[in-house]
Design a protein around this ligand. Structure first.
Ligand SMILES: *[C@@H]1O[C@H](CO)[C@@H](O)[C@H](O)[C@H]1NC(C)=O
Ligand SMILES: *[C@@H]1O[C@H](CO)[C@@H](O)[C@H](O)[C@H]1NC(C)=O
Length: 398
C-alpha cells in the first residue's frame, strides 16, 4: 500500500511538472499549446541530461531532433522550389509557376532558431516562403547560414550578409526576374535580428547599388544589454521560448563558454565602459506606458570587463542592432514589426518601433495580443493570423 502511494505521488509530481502549464486566459487552442510545450519540455530535459553525461552539446542534439521537421525542396502546383548556393551559402529559391511579363517582387528571408537551430527547409519556414511567393507573386530567397555551437558570431551575420549581397547583384536579380526597386528583407526571431543588422549594414556599403524597399521583422531579437525588460519578467516561463532558453541561445551566439550565460542570467554581463549603450535599450524611456505597467526600471548591474574583452561580439551592433545610434537609423527603409504579448522578445521589437519612429522612419507595428513566440505558419490558428498580417502588409507596401 505504502509503495503504491509513493509511486502515485512521484508520477503525480512528475506529471504536474510536465503538464501544468499556466496559460493566459485569452489563449486560443490552449490544449494544443500545452501539448507542444510538454513535448518541448521533455525533449529539452532529455537533451540537458545527455549534455550532463557528456554525450552531446545541448544545441547539437536539439538541432538533430529538430531536423526531423525539415522538408525536401519539392515544387507544388503553384511554386517551383529549387536549391542554390549564393556565395557558397545554401539557399532555397521559391519562384511562382504562373507566367509573367513583368519583373517580380523579391523577398530575402532569414529563418529563426536562436542562431543554433533550424534551416530554410524547416516545415514552417518552407510553408511561409511558399505562401509568400504564391500570394505576392514574388521570388523568395530563403537563406541558410552556419549555426552555433560549431560557429559563433560573426559567422551567422556574415553568411546572411554575403548571401544577401549575392542576391542584390544585377546579374542575379536579372536571372530570377526580380525588380530591383521592389525588394524586401524579412526574418523571424534570430532571423529578424540578422535582417535588422544586414539592412543597417547595407546603408554604408558602397558596393551595393540596389536599395532595399522594405524590411519586415517578425518577433525579432534586437538587443543584448538588458535581460530584465518587462517582457522578460512577465514571460520568464512562457511556453515555446522561456527566459532560460533565450539566454542560452543568446550566449551560444557568441561563445560556448557558459560564464557569459551565467552573467546574462543575473543581468551583470555589461561592463561599465559600455554604459553609453544602455540609453538605446532603455525601456523606461522607449516603451509605451501600456507595456511598462506595474514595472519599475532597474539599470543593469555592471559586471567585470573580462567577458566583453573575450567576446566583444555581444556589444557589436551587428549582433544587437537596437544599439545603433540615431544617425544609423535615419534613412532606413519602411519597416514592419510584428510582436507577441506573451514573448520575452516583445519589448525588443516595441523599442525598435519607438526608435525608428523617433527618427522619422515609417513603421507599421502589429501586436498580437494572444501571441506566443515562434508560432508563425506552424499550423496553429494564431500562427496563421500572424502569417496573414505579415503577407498582407508586404502585399500593400512592397
Ligand atoms: C495553389 O493556388 C490555389 C489558388 O490560390 C490554391 O487554392 C491552392 O491551394 C494552391 N496549392 C497549394 C499546394 O498551395
Ligand atoms: C533610462 O531612462 C530613464 C527615464 O528617461 C532615466 O531616468 C534613466 O537614467 C535612464 N537610464 C539609463 C541607464 O540610461
Amino acid at each position: 500500500m505504502g509503495r503504491k502511494v509513493l509511486l502515485f505521488l512521484i508520477v503525480g509530481v512528475l506529471g504536474a511538472r510536465y503538464l501544468y502549464i499556466p496559460l493566459p486566459a485569452n489563449t486560443e487552442q490552449p490544449w494544443v499549446i500545452m501539448c507542444v510545450e510538454t513535448h518541448l519540455k521533455i525533449m529539452s530535459n532529455l537533451m540537458l541530461f545527455a549534455e550532463l553525461l557528456g554525450i552531446s552539446h545541448y544545441m547539437t542534439s536539439t538541432n538533430f531532433a529538430a531536423s526531423f521537421l525539415d522538408t525536401p525542396p519539392t515544387s507544388d502546383e503553384n511554386v517551383s522550389v529549387v536549391e542554390a548556393t549564393f556565395h557558397n551559402i545554401p539557399v532555397r529559391v521559391y519562384v511562382p509557376k504562373q507566367k509573367t511579363n513583368t519583373l517580380r517582387r523579391g523577398i530575402f528571408y532569414i529563418h529563426g532558431g536562436g542562431y543554433c537551430l533550424g534551416s530554410a527547409g524547416f516545415y514552417n519556414f518552407d510553408h511561409l516562403s511558399r505562401r509568400t511567393a504564391h500570394r505576392l507573386d514574388a521570388v523568395v530567397i530563403s537563406t541558410n547560414y552556419r549555426l552555433a555551437p560549431k560557429y559563433h558570431f560573426p559567422a551567422q551575420f556574415e553568411d546572411v550578409y554575403n548571401s544577401l549581397r549575392w542576391f542584390l547583384s544585377e546579374a542575379v536579380l536579372q536571372e530570377y526576374g526580380v525588380d530591383p526597386t521592389r525588394i524586401g528583407v524579412c526574418g523571424d526571431s534570430s532571423g529578424g535580428n540578422s535582417a535588422t543588422a544586414v539592412v543597417q549594414q547595407l546603408q554604408h556599403d558602397q558596393d551595393v547599388k540596389v536599395k532595399v524597399k522594405v524590411q519586415a521583422l517578425i518577433y525579432p531579437a534586437l538587443q543584448t544589454v538588458d535581460f530584465d525588460l518587462p517582457s522578460y519578467r512577465e514571460n520568464a516561463h512562457s511556453p515555446i521560448l522561456n527566459r532560460w532558453l533565450t539566454l542560452r541561445f543568446m550566449s551560444e551566439y557568441f561563445t560556448t563558454d557558459r560564464s557569459l550565460e551565467k552573467a546574462m542570467t543575473t543581468n551583470q554581463h555589461i561592463p561599465e565602459h559600455a554604459a553609453h549603450l544602455l540609453q538605446f535599450a532603455n525601456w523606461s524611456s522607449l516603451l509605451p506606458e501600456r507595456f511598462q505597467k506595474g514595472h519599475v526600471y532597474k539599470k543593469p548591474t555592471f559586471g567585470s570587463s573580462t567577458l566583453a574583452k573575450k567576446y566583444p561580439g555581444f556589444l557589436d551592433v551587428r549582433a544587437a542592432p537596437l544599439l545603433a545610434d540615431d544617425t544609423q537609423l535615419r534613412g532606413l527603409p519602411q519597416t514592419y514589426v510584428l510582436t507577441c504579448q506573451h514573448d520575452v522578445l516583445r519589448d525588443d521589437g516595441v523599442m525598435y518601433v519607438t526608435r525608428l519612429r523617433n527618427v522619422g522612419v515609417p513603421v507599421t507595428h502589429d501586436h498580437i495580443e494572444d501571441g506566443f513566440h515562434g508560432l508563425i505558419s506552424t499550423g496553429l490558428k494564431v500562427g496563421a493570423r500572424m502569417e496573414n498580417q505579415y503577407i498582407n502588409w508586404l502585399s500593400e507596401n512592397l
